[in-house]
Structure formats: C-alpha cells, structure tokens
Design a binder for this molecule. Structure first.
Ligand code: AGP
Length: 372
C-alpha cells in the first residue's frame, strides 16, 4: 500500500532514501567512545581470530559485490589473504579450507540456498563461519558460528540497495576488527577510517540530495540498449553492481569491467554515443589509479563513447572528458563505494520507471532465492 511505501511510489525509492539511517544504525553501538570497535557480538574467540590465516567470503549477486569490496579492505588492513567466491561455485571445486580459515557468508535474506550450502560445506571442513545478515533468526545466521547483523531494516524491493550499503559497513567493521584484534597495521590510518566511517551516513545523505540530474540523465537514455560500467580497485565491484542493477531493473544489456581490462577486449565494444559510466577513484591517496582511469576515459571518448563520470568533488582533471559529471563527496579510497553506488541505484531505478518496468518486482526474479 501507499502507506507502507512511506509516500514513495516504490519500495526501492523508499529504501534508497533510507540508506543514511541504515548505515548509521549498522554502526550504532559498534564503535566505542574511545574510537575502538566493540564487536562482542562476534562470538568467535579473539584467540581464534588471531590464528586465522585465510578469509574466504561467499555470497551471491549484490552480496557478492559487497564481498569483492571487502577483500580490498581485509587484505589492506589485516594482511590476511582473502578470497571471494560466488556461493554457487564454491563447494563444487573442492576449496582448500581448514580450522584456520574464516568463512564469511554475506546474505540480506539469510535464506539464499547457494550461500547456505556453501557455509555448510565450510563448516564440514572445520572452518569457522561468520554470517553478515540482515534478517534476524534466519537460516544462515542460525547455522553459522557467529553473526554480525546489518541494521538496514526490512528490504522489500527485489533489487538490493540499503542492504548492500550496510553489508559494506559490516565488512569494513569486520576488517577493522580483525586488524584491531591481531594488532596488524593498526595505527593512525585505521583510527582515521573509523572516524570517517562515523561521518559517512551524512555523506550518503548529501549524495541523495543531488540526484535530480542523475534522474534526468537516466530518462534521456531510456531508448538505449546497452550501458557499460568501468571502475578500478574498489570502483570495479561498484561497476559490477551498477551493471547488475541495470540488468535486473531496466532489462538492459549492462556490463561492468575493470578499466584496465578495456584494451584486452571490451574497448572493441565502444561505438558512437554508447553510454559508459566510469567510477573515478579519489585523486588523493592512490593517485596512480586516478590518473590511469582518466586516460581510460580519454581513450573511450576518443572512440565516441558518451562518458558518464562519477568523480569526487573538487576533482577537476575529469571535467574536459565528462559528457555528464556526477559528483560524490570525498572519502578515503576504501570507503568510496558507500557513496559511489548510490547514483547507480538511482540511475537504474529511474531507467526502469522510464521504460515502464515494474520497479519493485522485476520480471523473472525473486527477492530471495531459496533453491539451488
Ligand atoms: C540484488 O539486487 C539481487 N536481487 C540479488 O543479486 C541478491 O543480492 C542475491 O540474490 C543475494 O541475496 P541475499 O543477500 O538475500 O543472499
């Protein structure tokens, strides 16, 4: 009903708008006054967490994209090797697991059969399983050794939005917590990240306030057949997520690529007026990445692409090469997905509407996939 949608036309719009609160709620009570993480709810003894020699993340769809981003954070902050695998592939390839492997299963619903089967397989090999889940008491957390709940509140739209942002927050918390517990790389950078995380919900709010041009752009592309998405580093999974949203909602052909892979094949797809969304990393921090992607934008534009550039406020180097420029607030590199994903969600939702599609219930899809 209209009341359930809180005045919005679709649950998806409501859930996009709820993201600042979802992010804040997921952080609530997990950072103490001294700026340290208190995650007592992760009931895996710290002695065991110190012994972990490998992290393996299993998930499907959007939750898998959160896992891909988590890998960057976990490896950077903890120096523990981290693999991310589609849950549906995991148990069929005889993965190497033992009691020192920490398996993280990410699932909004907690009922996804592929993810459940993957975690059962991991526990059979003696690994500890930590669930990151949005649904209290669902099967995946019940069958795991520990759970870190995301506090997105119920997500009704089939396309995941606020659950994704809170999965990212939970993944950052786990990565930082592992760093804290193990004492590796624990220092100024990590305390600074915790401070930045505690402000990030306000940044998500600011992004939401500037989405009108993104909607107008989406409407102007309603008759296109294909949209490509490019990113590097954590911007690469963001590109994959942008493409997935567009597939499921707009029923358009959409692909996400690592920008560095362009010249290994995908650049052959570029033709006159093809919309290409590019997620640009911050020019501060890892500036090599930034400069590389700016040359990628020049390359595709020279071949006729219509460039839709998502870049940090104040980044002027991209201006001459952007046919459309979407600004996001400055964040540390690893946290950028929390703000960069939001315009892509709005873009896909508006394109779906413009194409006359059912936003909350896309064809052929179910909110939670409880069969293998
Ligand atoms: C996201 O928009 C999708 N509808 C889908 O990929 C989803 O993320 C996937 O099915 C996993 O669901 P889960 O988080 O409930 O396990």
């Amino acid at each position: 009903s209209a009341a359930e949608k809180g005045g919005y036309d679709y649950f998806m719009l409501k859930e996009i708008a709820e993201q600042p609160k979802a992010v804040a709620d997921t952080l609530l009570g997990r950072i103490d006054a001294a700026g340290s993480l208190s995650l007592d709810e992760v009931r895996i003894p710290t002695a065991e967490l110190r012994e972990v020699d490998k992290v393996v993340i299993v998930a499907c769809g959007t939750a898998f994209h959160a896992g891909l981003i988590a890998k960057y954070a976990i490896e950077h902050w903890t120096r523990i090797p981290c693999e991310v695998e589609l849950a549906s592939e995991f148990r069929y390839r005889d993965p190497i697991l033992d009691s020192r492997s920490l398996v993280i299963a990410i699932s909004q619903s907690g009922e996804t059969m592929d993810t459940l089967m993957a975690l059962r397989h991991a526990r059979e090999q003696g690994s500890k399983v930590l669930a990151i889940c949005n649904t209290n008491g669902s099967t995946i957390p019940r069958e795991s050794d520990a759970v870190l709940y995301t506090h997105a509140g119920p997500e009704v739209a089939v396309a995941s939005t606020k659950a994704f942002l809170t999965q990212l927050v939970a993944c950052y918390l786990v990565a930082l917590y592992l760093g804290q517990v193990r004492g590796t790389k624990w220092g100024d950078e990590i305390s600074a990240v915790i401070r930045d995380l505690s402000h990030i919900s306000g940044e998500v709010e600011r992004v939401l306030e500037t989405m009108e041009p993104v909607r107008a752009l989406a409407r102007s592309l309603a008759d296109k057949n294909t949209v490509l998405f490019l990113g590097r580093h954590v911007g690469y999974p963001v590109a994959l997520e942008g493409a997935l949203k567009l597939k499921e909602l707009a029923y358009m052909h959409a692909e996400g690529f690592a920008a560095g892979e362009l010249k290994h094949g995908p650049i052959a797809l570029i033709e006159e007026d093809l919309p290409v969304v590019v997620v640009v990393p911050s020019p501060r921090g890892r500036s090599v990445l930034h400069d590389k992607i700016v040359s990628n934008i020049q390359e595709i534009r020279a071949r006729g692409a219509r460039t839709i550039v998502i870049a940090e406020e104040g980044d002027e180097t991209v201006v001459p090469y952007a046919d459309h420029l979407i600004r996001i607030p400055a964040t540390p590199t690893l946290l950028q997905p929390l703000v960069a994903t939001v315009p892509l969600q709005v873009f896909a939702c508006e394109l779906a509407t413009a194409r006359g599609n059912e936003v909350d219930q896309p064809r052929n899809l179910a909110k939670s996939v409880t069969v293998e």
